[in-house]
Design a protein around this ligand. Sequence first.
Ligand code: 6CS
Length: 313
Amino acid sequence: YSWRFAHEEIDGSVQDFYVKKFKEVIEEKSEGRINIEIYPVGQIGDALQQAEILQNGGIEFAIVSPGNTGTVVPENQLFSLHFLFSDDMDKNAEIFKNSSALNEMLSAKYLEKNIQVLAYWTEGAMQWTSNKPVATPADWQGMKMRTMQSPMIVAAYEAYGANPTPVPYMEVYSGLQLNMIEGQENPLFAIEEMKFYEVQKYLTLASSNLFMTTTCTNPDFFNSLPADIQQMVLETVDELRPYSFEVQADLNGAALDKIKEASDIEIVELTPEQREAFQAASVAAYDRYAQVVGADGKAILDKLIEEVAEMTK
Ligand code: 6CS
């Protein structure tokens, strides 16, 4: 077998480590019967185009982030809501693995769009970079912020009064440099490797939400595989769960020191009180999600909130 696996980031990123590990494990387990070719972002399109190619069976596997695909599976935009998950990653790991809101209800929505989710996982907490201080919702008023493409990410920042615009990942650096945009959100590893700190004045440690992603396959392709090979894939994805947490922790952990060394960007840590003010303001986006995405999406969100509450009580 020869399989193509696309991801949304550059060499050395969290997704790149993950896909390389998947390749290594599968190639070894299959004793050379399976060969995987990796396509980082840009080689066959941007993140949204890659998801479309996966839907059509033009590639076998892809890392598909909800932030890039809210127009494909509108229900997945619950991941753009702030303060949804726990600050405790061990608890989040349990939720991603066992949640029926995600693994049954939301995955059924992906399947309707010919995408089969094999795992939900995180690349770490979102932090903010900007040209002005953003420690209170009032600071966001009118901020020209860059977001990923999903409309509900825009809504999440509109809840703080910002004026967000979607921009493709590979154009963010130049957008910031030319002052077409004034701020953006991403995990620390991305802020470091994309060098956004070079063209921003403030780095605000907000951990407002998790950067969520999914490991996906094309269902027609997957169903055509012999049972033992399907099993091998499922097992490998499951084995990679702890690995995904380690990689994001390592890369995000190292990134802050690298950023400090390479620049004099001002680093601001939000106090618990400041985070609470954002949490209160974020409620408006939850209401928007229910309105825009509809009853099925609302049911998935309600179930997930219930599961998170159960896990964290
Ligand atoms: O901000 C973005 O668009 C991108 N950020 C990350 C960390 N991965 C892929 C995504 O497209």
